[in-house]
Design a protein around this ligand. Structure first.
Ligand code: ATP
Ligand code: MG
Ligand code: MG
Length: 383
């Protein structure tokens, strides 16, 4: 059988491996950790650093094609892999997504604006920041996720202090926008440029971490939804992207001056991989985002996925395992339409994504009602 490889051993790699195995592929995971969610379920695990030449050679020798599951995999490793094997997404696309400064420039070409921002790489940049970018969010250009590497600043003094606290690394200061909602669009684009998509899902973040995703048609006005899908496809096309790509959007508050000047939709950022907000596709769609990742990588036909159930996804963070006590799975699993996914992580740290739970139902109202019951049983904040 053909073997597919993945850089990274997290939960996204695990779900990729599982989707690949269903279609008969062998899988290899490269991850430095002895035990990782994907390494645990893969046929083979190469335990080296991402840039270790021996690890990369092994991966290339074993695999017909290679993908990645997290955006901070060194782009240099993907360059090496891409020279020998079909590697998707490409090092170029990943490098852009890894750097907010480059990313913003690309996103601005999608047909939907980005939040007003300034690049801060020097004291002079800091001094030149326009007053109307405050209050804002200072974000490190690299290596941020789940709201890490971000500081909210109200004044120039706070901005200066925050940049200093971030050790003066290259940053982007974004104007704080009034958000009515957040959503994301997941697209899958093949080697031949063919592109399919999931409808936008609505995302609720808490402390910068995705908490809840609601996926059903009533989520968004059709015109906005179409605009978001078109923008996501434009971004994928402009990057000549191959694989699964997620684009996050803000929907601005009606009647706000920002909405008057920017429009209803603002593009936030992209992730060059399947995304937490697309986990519901495993249970609510006839093809999941991971099925599409396998298909794009293996050069198999892409078809437009169809969502067959309304869905609400709750993230299960380490906070739920307070004092080592296991959450009440029995009570939750007694509810209709509950799909429990746990990633096999041994250590339940605060804020760590341990698993997720998707509720599928015939209607949005039912999915929300059951998800609220599940949240209450687990001690997850209501939404
Ligand atoms: P991810 O884990 O999604 O990669 P991240 O750390 O890269 O997250 P962002 O997506 O940039 O972070 O921001 C995290 C959250 O902070 C957003 O989902 C949104 O709720 C809020 N946020 C970010 N930028 C802005 C903004 N300009 N105005 C208002 N809220 C914002
Ligand atoms: Mg991000
Ligand atoms: Mg984000």
């Amino acid at each position: 059988p053909t073997t597919l490889g993945v850089m990274g051993g997290g939960q996204l790699g695990r779900m990729f491996v599982q989707a690949a195995q269903i279609m008969g592929y062998f899988t290899v995971v490269l991850d430095p950790d002895v035990i990782s969610p994907a390494g645990l379920v893969s046929h083979h695990h190469i335990q080296t650093d991402y840039l270790d030449p021996q690890g990369l050679v092994q991966l290339m020798q074993r695999c017909a094609a290679i993908t990645t599951e997290f955006e901070n995999v060194p782009a240099g490793a993907l360059v090496t892999l891409g020279a020998a094997r079909p590697t998707a997404p490409s090092a170029d696309a990943v490098a852009i997504a890894q750097d907010r400064i480059q990313e913003k420039a690309h996103l601005a070409r999608s047909g939907v604006p980005v939040a007003p921002y300034a690049v801060i790489e020097s004291a002079a940049d800091l001094a030149a920041v326009a007053d109307d970018l405050l209050p804002g969010i200072l974000k490190t250009a690299r290596l941020g996720y789940d709201g890490k590497g971000q500081v909210r600043v109200g004044t120039r003094a706070e901005l200066a202090a925050a940049w200093k606290a971030l050790k003066g690394v290259p940053c982007v200061l974004e104007k704080m926008l009034p958000l009515a909602a957040e959503c994301s669009v997941i697209v899958a684009r093949g080697w031949n440029g063919e592109c399919v998509h999931f409808a936008p899902q609505r995302n609720l973040h808490r402390q910068g971490i995705l908490a809840v995703t609601q996926a059903y048609e009533e989520n968004m006005p059709l015109a906005l939804s179409q605009q978001a899908v078109e923008a996501a496809k434009n971004i994928a096309n402009e990057l000549h992207y191959v694989g699964v790509l997620c684009v996050e959007f803000f929907v601005l508050t009606e009647g706000s001056p920002e909405r008057a000047s920017l429009g209803a939709l603002v593009v936030n950022e992209m992730a060059p991989r399947p995304h937490n907000s697309g986990h519901y596709t495993l249970d609510a769609c006839d093809l999941s985002q991971f099925d599409l990742q396998v298909r794009t990588l293996a050069g198999l036909p892409l078809v437009q996925p169809r969502q067959h159930s309304a869905a609400v996804m709750l993230n299960l963070l380490g906070d739920l395992w307070v004092n080592g006590v296991t959450p009440r799975w029995n009570a939750v699993l007694a509810l209709p339409g509950v799909h429990l996914h746990l990633y096999g992580k041994l250590q339940a740290n605060k804020g760590r994504k341990m698993g997720h739970l998707t509720v599928t139902a015939a209607s949005a109202a039912q999915a929300n009602a059951t998800a609220l019951q599940a949240a209450s049983l687990l001690g997850v904040e209501a939404f």
